[in-house]
Design a protein around this ligand. Structure first.
Ligand code: MIC
Ligand code: SF4
Length: 645
């Protein structure tokens, strides 16, 4: 049997472990990326490791999230990031250069290499044949210091793309179809590798849409082969030298197989408020929309914006619709401007935003009360847009542009012939907003504003862990529920004491006060607890409030790792029915925690209030057990270096 692409790349980067699904492995990381909302913390953690310069082949620090400057905080953080990058050997992508994933795909992606990013949509570069994985900032900091990245060897799912897409049906519809079939937890513990004749129809940016939104499946990552299309893309980006052909052997085996017949797909849409709530567009056709947003790291490539321009040209957006457009990068922005497409979209009534995350992370453009918003983005979790009870739909730029013209959700096939877009022979290449690290690092002073507070560390976990259930939650709780983002809260990312006042703000505003009064405790969750972003602040800020344990039916991959990294024990129910027997306010007690966790994977918990006992389990490796008991990874690193905690 031949090898699939994922096993080839992991095999080339394997440091420890065996490639058996479910076993812990460690891989070498070639490249890292951070963005500003997770980056400040990641760099503070890197600094705490006392390593003078990054040891990766390439590390890039992007600024794309915290772009509104309504106070000094974001501007201060940008200055910190820029000076830090110059000193420690990191490329710096200036604000305005674009969304990290779009820019990375254009300028740095590299087939066959590994990329670790402190953002859950890092897999976008999988569209160029990279093994690109999202992780918490601390794991990225360790990788920058030359340390391996530990992960559970995933099951490799081959996704066979058969046939060809119909006009107006796009790669966004492929990933929406995956979400429809598999749900937001269908990719947990898996990597999706796309192959088959349908792959050749997809250009690299279209592949990036699929791998980007594989994050919404909960997958470790997604990947396409690096083929002739990839070569053409790299040539057009002036980077042919970085191209390498890499793909599966023709007789490659997979742990699982999925087949999608592209010719049967139609335009799809995710209804509020989960990316897997997918139906054909025709089922919700006619629903009035008050806002349409085209952009985000999922769909803001030159191709996406040109299609939108072709639909909008010579027409006018409906009076009740606010249409925003976000070019994903300075390259895209420059090219649509030179082409004249930008002028056509402005003339049609579009509101043009800077190249950044913007509305996707609630940085402006919160929709009106009760109004539907249609977006070409990847997440529509409730409240993420900034409006409580929002009604956000997700679809392709084609569906978005068509609907902006009619004011209602519209199947774009009604518009007639598909206005295809030819990709450029050569993209506009000007890396003047990408700053190389300083050649004289000793002379660079790292600039810190008053918003940057010292890194909080957890105490080691006590032998007997006792505390109240501070909050009991249902299924699919996202990191946006745990640690909201948005224009008001994001500027506090480097100030954990202030940030922690917003933990669970949209679910239970009284949580921070209660957690502090009770001296910490537990949170109980349902399935897929902590899905969504990679933000370690969803572990760090609750840890600061005293959270010591999460007990859930299942926990999402990145959040699980983040909990361990910050000294919060992550347990899942052995018998899911025990979830029903626990109430908020119950006091739980775990005795002999150390020996229980070290000796097996089953742990007995006493519900002191109810006077009963139940069992939970963990899937931590011995390495992770050491980390969590030490009170987190930084404590463990210090202990290992003999520095104490
Ligand atoms: C997101 O899309 O939720 C974010 C904001 O990009 C996050 C990172 C963060 O919270 O800073 C992600 O996807 O990891
Ligand atoms: Fe930015 Fe949205 Fe992409 Fe997250 S999902 S990186 S907020 S554009």
């Amino acid at each position: 049997m031949g090898q699939n692409l994922v096993r080839k790349i992991i095999g080339e980067h394997l440091i420890t472990g065996k490639m058996n699904p479910g076993e812990e492995i460690a891989i070498r990381i070639d490249q890292t990326l951070t963005q500003d909302a997770t980056g400040t913390m990641a760099y503070l953690q890197f600094e705490a490791m006392n390593i003078p310069r990054v040891k990766t082949k390439l590390s890039v620090s992007y600024v794309d999230h915290n772009m509104l400057q309504t106070g000094f905080e974001n501007a201060d953080d940008h200055r910190f990031l820029q000076s830090f990058a110059a000193k420690y050997g990191i490329y710096f992508s200036r604000p305005g250069n674009g969304i990290c994933h779009q820019v990375h795909l254009e300028r740095f992606s590299s087939p066959g290499m590994t990329l670790l990013g402190s953002d859950s949509h890092t897999p976008t570069s999988g569209g160029a044949g990279m093994l690109a994985i999202g992780a918490g900032g601390l794991d990225v900091a360790v990788a920058m210091g030359g340390g391996p990245f530990y992960l559970t060897m995933p099951r490799i799912v081959g996704v066979h793309l058969k046939g060809h897409l119909q006009p107006w049906v796009t790669s966004k519809d492929i990933i929406l179809e995956m979400l429809r079939r598999l749900t937001v937890k269908g990719g947990v513990g898996k990597i999706f590798e796309y192959f088959g004749e349908g792959v050749a129809d997809l250009e690299v940016p279209a592949r990036g849409t699929v791998t980007n939104m594989g994050a919404e499946l909960g997958a470790t990552t997604s990947i396409f082969p690096s083929d002739e299309n990839t070569k053409r893309y790299f040539r057009a980006q002036g980077r042919e030298g970085m191209w390498r052909e890499i793909g599966r052997d023709s007789d490659a085996a997979y742990d699982e197989l999925i087949e999608i017949d592209l010719s049967t797909l139609e335009p799809l849409i995710a209804k509020p408020s989960s990316p897997d709530n997918v139906v054909p567009v025709r089922e919700v056709e006619g629903t009035p929309v008050a806002q349409v947003c085209i952009g985000s790291c999922t769909n803001s490539s030159f191709m996406d914006l040109m299609v939108a321009a072709n639909v909008l040209r010579g027409k006018t957006v409906m009076p009740d619709v606010s249409l925003t457009l976000t070019p994903g990068s300075k390259q895209v922005y420059t090219m649509i401007a030179r082409d004249g497409a930008l002028g056509d979209m402005i003339a049609a009534g579009a509101r043009i935003l800077e190249s950044a995350c913007g509305p996707c992370i609630g940085m402006g453009q919160a929709p009106a009360t009760g109004a539907a918003s249609l977006r070409s983005f990847n997440r529509n979790f409730e409240g993420r847009s900034g409006t409580p009870g929002d009604q956000v739909y997700l679809a392709s730029p084609e569906v978005c542009a068509a609907s902006a013209l009619t004011g209602v959700i519209t199947d774009p096939r009604k518009l007639g012939a598909y206005p295809g877009v030819n990709l450029p022979e050569r993209y506009v290449i000007d890396d003047n907003m990408l700053l190389a690290p300083s050649a004289q690092p000793d002379q660079v002073k790292v600039l810190r504003g008053p918003n940057i507070k010292p890194l909080p560390l957890a105490q080691p976990v006590p032998e007997t862990l006792r505390g109240e259930v501070l909050l009991k939650l249902g299924d699919n709780i996202t990191t946006d529920h745990i640690m909201p983002a948005g224009a008001q809260v994001l500027p506090l990312r480097s100030n954990v004491p202030a940030l922690s006042e917003h933990v669970f703000a949209r679910v239970d505003p009284g949580f921070p006060k209660r957690a502090k009064e009770k001296g910490g405790g537990f949170v109980v969750g349902g399935e897929n607890y902590g899905q969504g972003s990679s933000r370690e602040h969803a572990a760090l800020a609750p840890m600061y409030l005293g959270l010591r344990g999460v007990i859930a039916k299942s926990i999402a991959r990145i959040h699980y790792a983040n909990l361990i990294n910050f000294g919060i024990v992550p347990f899942t129910f052995v018998d899911k029915a025990d979830y029903d027997g626990i109430a908020q306010g119950d006091v739980l007690e775990i005795c002999d925690l150390y020996s229980q966790v070290q000796q097996g994977n089953r742990i007995k918990i006493r519900n002191v209030t109810k006077g009963n006992e139940f069992q939970v389990q963990h899937t931590m490796s011995p390495r992770q057990v050491k980390i969590v008991l030490a009170g987190g990874l930084l404590n463990e690193i210090k202990q290992a270096a003999g520095l104490g905690t």
